[in-house]
Design a protein around this ligand. Structure first.
Ligand SMILES: *Cc1c(COP(=O)(O)O)cnc(C)c1O
Length: 388
């Protein structure tokens, strides 16, 4: 099908939830994508920080195919090797005790919020159930995670929201006040991705962690976007010298297949028992086989490469005309612009063969982590031209 035919079908039958760019992606190789007209793009978006080893990665594809040749899905009524192996690998990399597999970031967060409430219930009884999140956060589109998302623009039309959720400003005083006496958990993103790629100040995060520890309030770190090597560490919280009680991740974990994970550390390892939580597709063996292929290659050496690429890109971007500021960590880069709007820039980049993301008024760059120097240079030179 050509672009016009695809667009016509989507316009007629798709729920109109997405404001799409006028392009239909057909295929890709690494950080190079092709649309249905055969036009080539450098990919600085990775499907929103998902394809962390790029498109069509051979090793990943073979791992996925090998599992597909065995069986595509088994229910969680039975054990399956791919899921068990991934559980060990992920817990080992993350230093966590246990993991629950979901299918998405929102579901991983749902699992975390429910776990926090149960933890508190078992220890302190009913009523201590408030989840505190931060202003400008993003935690997903289910009603619970949407309630915790600290951006009013997502909240129109959908009330009533879930009770026992409150949003604090990004400072300790506000968190303390909002927490009150009935708070069971605080949820943060170390780098707030969807609202513009803002990294939280380290002293605030450290103080928040200490506050949570003193009060036995669980600290949940939402690493859905920042996790799996994106920031140059396995998880972004490692930049901050804190030890969360629960970590959630999704996006990049399975290299492009839908998988979410909720990781439990010491205090919370036994919070769930049989029947408390579940998922039909969660921990699907094909997604798990893909994730094992990805995560086993996120080694210390690989993370150093990510840090090197980050430093290289940031140094260049800082010198570009039109760039007012560069934020974020690792290969999760936010750009504030002087004059042009992020939308305009993203649109012009698309025309010139570069895919970049926006996050509110800012540009967001989250390329595949294995992007090559040649590909970075090609993308950066397009961006430089467009920003002039
Ligand atoms: C994308 C994202 C989510 C939601 O993930 P889905 O897979 O779309 O449900 C949650 N939290 C953060 C930080 C995200 O970036």
């Amino acid at each position: 099908m050509n672009f016009d035919q695809i667009k016509a079908l989507d316009d007629e039958y798709g729920a109109k939830t997405f404001a799409r760019y006028p392009v239909a992606i057909d295929r890709g190789q690494g950080a190079e994508w092709y649309d249905t007209q055969g036009k080539r793009y450098i990919d600085f978006g990775a499907g929103i920080a998902v394809n962390i080893f790029g498109a069509n990665d051979e090793e990943w594809k073979q791992a996925v195919i090998a599992q597909l040749n065995k069986i595509q899905h088994v229910s969680n009524l039975y054990y399956n090797e791919a899921q068990a192996r991934l559980a060990k690998l992920l817990c080992t990399k993350a230093g966590a005790k246990r993991v629950f597999f979901a299918n998405s970031g929102a579901e991983a967060n749902e699992c975390a919020f429910k776990a926090a409430r149960k933890y508190s219930f078992m220890k302190y009884g009913a009523g201590r159930n408030k989840i505190v999140s931060l202003k400008n956060s993003f935690h997903g589109r289910t009603l619970f995670t949407l309630t915790a998302t600290g951006q009013d623009s997502f909240h129109r039309f959908f009330d009533p929201f879930v009770g026992g959720v409150a949003v604090a400003d990004c400072n300790l005083e506000s968190v303390k006040k909002t927490a009150g006496s009935d708070c069971c958990a605080v949820v943060i993103e170390c780098v707030q991705g969807e609202s513009g790629v803002y990294d939280l100040p380290a002293p605030f995060v450290k103080a928040l962690w200490e506050f949570c520890r003193e009060r036995d309030i669980l600290l949940i770190v939402d690493e859905v976007q920042t996790g799996n090597g994106r920031t140059g560490k396995f998880f972004a919280y490692e930049h901050y010298g804190i030890a969360p009680d629960i970590v959630t991740t999704a996006k990049g974990i399975a290299g492009g297949l839908p998988l979410g994970a909720c990781l439990f550390y010491g205090k919370t390892e036994n919070v769930y028992t049989a029947g408390d939580h579940g998922s039909t597709f969660g921990g699907n063996p094909v997604a798990c086989a893909g994730a094992e292929s990805i995560l086993s290659r996120i080694t210390e050496d690989f993370l150093l490469e990510v840090q090197g690429k980050s430093a290289y890109m940031r140094a260049k971007l800082k010198g570009f005309d039109g760039v007012a500021g560069v934020t974020g960590l690792g290969l999760m880069i936010g750009l504030s612009l002087k004059e042009k709007t992020a939308k305009q820039v993203a649109q012009t980049c698309l025309e010139k063969g570069l895919l970049v993301l926006t996050a509110h008024s800012r540009l967001r760059i989250v390329p595949p982590l294995n992007i090559t120097k040649t590909q970075m240079d090609e993308g950066l030179s397009i961006l430089k031209e467009v920003l002039k």
